[in-house]
Structure formats: C-alpha cells, structure tokens
Design a protein around this ligand. Structure first.
Ligand SMILES: [Zn+2]
Length: 78
C-alpha cells in the first residue's frame, strides 16, 4: 500500500520538503520520579526520525522557533 509521505509542521503548517533539515519531533510522555507512584507530564523532543514521525501523537515541527512555540504551549498546558 502506497501512502503519501507528506508532513506539515504542527505549529505553522509549513509542508516538509524533500531534503528539509532542522525538522524535529515532539510528543507527550510521562516521567515517574523514583519512589513515586505518580507520574508527571514529560515532553520528548528528538531530531527527525521516520519511524517516530509515523507514531500516533507525535508532533512535527519545522525548526527551533516552532519547537519553542510548542514548548510554550505545553508549559501553559494547552
Ligand atoms: Zn513550523
């Protein structure tokens, strides 16, 4: 099955072009401190990776500025 490999920045909507560099992936995770049963929100960020790009809940961002915007939103709980 062929599927379209088209990605858009989840912040500004820009489409990822072939050979675009400086794209990042961010997703929500949970950090559980030692000796604690309660997890707390954790935001993961990594450089572009095709497998993770397909993963549900992963957000695609086109550079540091959009990553920062997403981080700000996350810190504000939006
Ligand atoms: Zn963007």
């Amino acid at each position: 099955m062929a599927f379209s490999e088209s990605y858009h920045c989840d912040v500004c909507g820009k489409e990822k072009q072939e050979g675009s560099h400086d794209w990042w992936l961010m997703w929500d995770d949970v950090f559980t401190p030692p000796r604690s049963e309660q997890g707390q929100p954790l935001l993961q960020i990594t450089a572009w990776n095709l497998f993770q790009a397909h993963s549900a809940g992963t957000r695609h961002v086109c550079g540091a500025a959009c990553a920062q915007t997403l981080l700000n939103r996350w810190m504000l709980g939006k």
